[in-house]
Design a protein around this ligand. Structure first.
Ligand code: NAD
Length: 309
C-alpha cells in the first residue's frame, strides 16, 4: 500500500490529499530522475521512467541498485524491501505509457523549451485527474504550467541532490495551482519521508537563489586567480564548515545545470550580479560538465579526483 494511504490511516498526515496517488511517472532517468524513482519506489508506489534512450534508463536503475545496496549495508532498509522497490520500477518507452499515472514528475535536462515540448507531448496521454510536477531548479512554474492543459494541477516539486539522502523538497505553486494540488503534493512528499519548504515562484526559488550565486562566485574566484581549485574548496570546507567545497559541489550538481540556473537568475531578475562566470561557460562549452561526464573542475577518470586548473 502506498505510504500516503498508510500515513492517512495512522492520522500522521494533517492535510487530506484530494487525490490518491498510486502510480508515478518520472521523465528523465539522470541523477535526479533516478533518485526520485528510488525514494518513490521505496515508499510503496509504482514508478515508470521515461528517457530518450533505454540505455539511460538502464544506467539510472544501475545507480538506484547501487545506492539501495548501500542502504542495505548500513541497515537502513532490508534486502526484502529493496527487492520489492526495484520490482516496482519499470521503463516507459513512450509518453503514452503514462496514461495510468496519477502524478508525473518531469526531471529532464534544465532547458525551458525542452520542458515545454515534453509537457505538450505528454498531456494528450494523461488521464483527466493526473497531476503534473516539475523538478526544475530555476524555471518559472507558472510559465511551464501555462503551456499545459492543466495549469491548476501543476506544481514545482524541487528535490535535492542526492535525493535518497537529502531531507528537503521545495514546493512551488504557479499562479494557477489549486489548493487541492498543493495539499496532495505536500502529502505525497511527506509520504516519501521528506520535509517541505514552500517557495514563491521566482527564479531559482529559495535554495538555488542562495546556493548558485555562491558557486558562481567561487568560479569567479578561480577565474580571477584568487585561489586554485584546491585552495577554494579547502577554504570553504575548513573555513566555513561546508561539507563539500563549492567547485566540488558544482561538479556534483552538473556544470550545465549550474549555468542554466545562473542564466535564469540573470535574465529573470535583470540584475548583473547574477551574470554567469565566463569560465563556467567555457567548461560547459567544452562538455566538461562535472562528475556525470567524468571531467569538470576535477578530473574523475583516475582513482582520485585531480583538479583541472
Ligand atoms: N543536479 C542537481 O543537483 C539537481 C538538483 C535539483 C534539481 N535538478 C533538476 O533536475 C532536472 C534534471 O537534472 P539532472 O541533474 O538529473 O540532469 P541529468 O543530465 O543527470 O539528467 C537529465 C536526463 O534527462 C533526459 N532527457 C533529456 N531530454 C529528454 C526528453 N525529451 N525526454 C525524456 N528524457 C529526456 C536525459 O537523457 C538525461 O538522462 C533539471 O531540471 C535540474 O535542474 C537538478
Amino acid at each position: 500500500m502506498p505510504q500516503t494511504q498508510k500515513l492517512m490511516e495512522k492520522g500522521k498526515v494533517g492535510v487530506q490529499p484530494a487525490r490518491t496517488i498510486s502510480k508515478v511517472g518520472v521523465i528523465g532517468a539522470g541523477q535526479m530522475g533516478s533518485g526520485i524513482a528510488h525514494v518513490v519506489a521505496l515508499s510503496g508506489y509504482s514508478v515508470a521512467i521515461n528517457d530518450l534512450k533505454k540505455e539511460s534508463f538502464d544506467r539510472g536503475v544501475e545507480a538506484v541498485t547501487k545506492n539501495m545496496a548501500r542502504q542495505v549495508a548500513k541497515g537502513l532498509i532490508t534486502e526484502e524491501k529493496r527487492d520489492e522497490a526495484l520490482e516496482r520500477i519499470s521503463f516507459a518507452p513512450t509518453l503514452e505509457a503514462f496514461g495510468d499515472c496519477d502524478l508525473v514528475i518531469e526531471a529532464a535536462t534544465e532547458d525551458e523549451s525542452l520542458k515545454h515540448k515534453i509537457f505538450a507531448a505528454l498531456c494528450p496521454h494523461l488521464k483527466p485527474t493526473a497531476m503534473l510536477a516539475s523538478n526544475t531548479s530555476s524555471i518559472s512554474i507558472t510559465r511551464l504550467a501555462s503551456g499545459t492543459d492543466r495549469p491548476e494541477d501543476f506544481i514545482g516539486m524541487h528535490f535535492m541532490n542526492p535525493v535518497p539522502v537529502m531531507e528537503l523538497v521545495e514546493l512551488i505553486r504557479g499562479i494557477a495551482t489549486e489548493d487541492e494540488t498543493f495539499s496532495t503534493a505536500k502529502t505525497f512528499v511527506e509520504s516519501l519521508g521528506k520535509t517541505t519548504a514552500v517557495s514563491e515562484d521566482f527564479p531559482a526559488f529559495i535554495v538555488n537563489r542562495i546556493l548558485l550565486p555562491m558557486i558562481n562566485e567561487a568560479v569567479y574566484t578561480l577565474y580571477e586567480g584568487v585561489g586554485t581549485v584546491e585552495a577554494i574548496d579547502k577554504a570553504m570546507k575548513l573555513g566555513a564548515h561546508h561539507p563539500m567545497g563549492p567547485l566540488e559541489l558544482a561538479d556534483f550538481i552538473g556544470l550545465d545545470t549550474c549555468l542554466s540556473v545562473m542564466q535564469v537568475l540573470y535574465e529573470g531578475l535583470s540584475d548583473s550580479k547574477y551574470r554567469p562566470c565566463p569560465l563556467l561557460v567555457k567548461y560547459v562549452e567544452a562538455g566538461w560538465l562535472g562528475r556525470k561526464t567524468k571531467r569538470g573542475f576535477y578530473d574523475y577518470r583516475g582513482e582520485k579526483p585531480v583538479p583541472t586548473r
